[in-house]
Design a protein around this ligand. Structure first.
Ligand code: HH2
Length: 285
């Protein structure tokens, strides 16, 4: 399980090394979700005002978030795409303010032009649900010298949950992540994080299989991130229609992921996860 990430330049809380800068963390790192969208499935519309978004970022940092993941476009199943201009209008004011804190900021976008502008405004890494498949994304990250989260998705958000199909979900996701990590290295990115993409073109059984088989992903030598927070699988398993009431199920999925090698979790409720992880880590170390 890798618990550090390499950067080409100094980022908050990083240490200088012979090759650049390294951010390392104890236990499991939490990436706090901050969506500046009207339609995200759980926090949509909640942080529209800049003040509310900043307060939420501060709150997540105080609760122990390692990274704040800023997003301006929902990727929930069936979500309608937004233009790059609209997405930038949503995310840039927050990023421009957050750079004055000691937050490590990731930009959650599938658009190279949004990534480029957000990174220039001060975001420290890219979170790409399209897994760096667009050559432009590789170029942007290489030019800005930032690491990226490579996430696996089958299809695209509008239709990905209609009929997801795999012969072997673990090996297909593994092969994709291995290929894209190599592409990132070849393009010159300082580092990557690998994410199997819980809920992105996957049935409930595919999602559970990926969590059970997650240990294999650590073999690639990169930090592994899982983002199951409040997702529909929890409703399918425990009959909880309201996403905001799915934190207990999120924590259960995430602790299983940590047991199988995840060192980063993407979550809505940072405080609740921190509490659960403290207890869990006291038992398993
Ligand atoms: N999930 C979502 C968005 N971005 N990024 C990564 N790396 N991994 C994930 O699992 C992931 C992600 C979807 O969740 P959310 O941002 O809460 O909702 P929405 O897409 O509706 O804004």
């Amino acid at each position: 399980m890798r618990r550090c990430l390499h950067f080409a330049k100094a980022v908050p809380r990083s240490q200088k090394t012979a090759k650049g800068f390294e951010l390392s963390w104890q236990g499991t790192g939490l990436m706090g979700i901050l969506n500046l969208t009207p339609d995200s499935f759980s926090d949509g519309g909640q942080f529209h005002a800049l003040g509310d978004a900043l307060n939420q970022a501060k709150r997540m940092l105080a609760e122990g978030a390692l990274i704040i993941d800023v997003g301006g476009e929902s990727s929930r199943p069936g979500a309608e795409p937004v233009t790059a201009a609209e997405e930038l209008d949503r995310v840039l004011p927050l990023i421009s303010n957050l750079v004055y804190s000691d937050a490590l900021i990731s930009i959650d976008t599938a658009k190279p032009e949004v990534a480029e502008a957000a990174l220039k405004a001060g975001a420290h890494l890219l979170n790409d649900i399209t897994g760096l498949c667009q050559p432009e994304m590789l170029r942007v990250c290489a030019e800005q010298a930032v690491p990226a989260v490579i996430m696996h998705m089958q299809g695209e958000p509008r239709s990905m949950q209609l009929a997801p199909q795999y012969e072997n979900v673990i090996s297909e996701v593994f092969d994709f992540l291995e290929r894209q990590a190599l592409a990132a290295k070849t393009a010159g990115l300082p580092d990557v994080v690998l994410d199997p993409g819980f809920g992105f073109g996957k049935t409930l059984e595919h999602n559970l299989e990926l969590i059970r088989g997650l240990a294999k992903f650590s073999d690639l030598g990169y930090p592994v991130l899982v983002g199951a927070s409040r997702k529909a699988s929890i409703h399918k398993l425990a009959n909880i229609p309201s996403p905001t009431e799915r934190d207990p199920g999120s924590i259960a999925l995430h602790l299983a992921a940590v047991r199988e090698g995840a060192s980063l979790l993407r979550v809505h409720n940072v405080g609740a996860h921190r509490q659960a992880l403290k207890v869990w880590e006291a038992i398993y170390g």
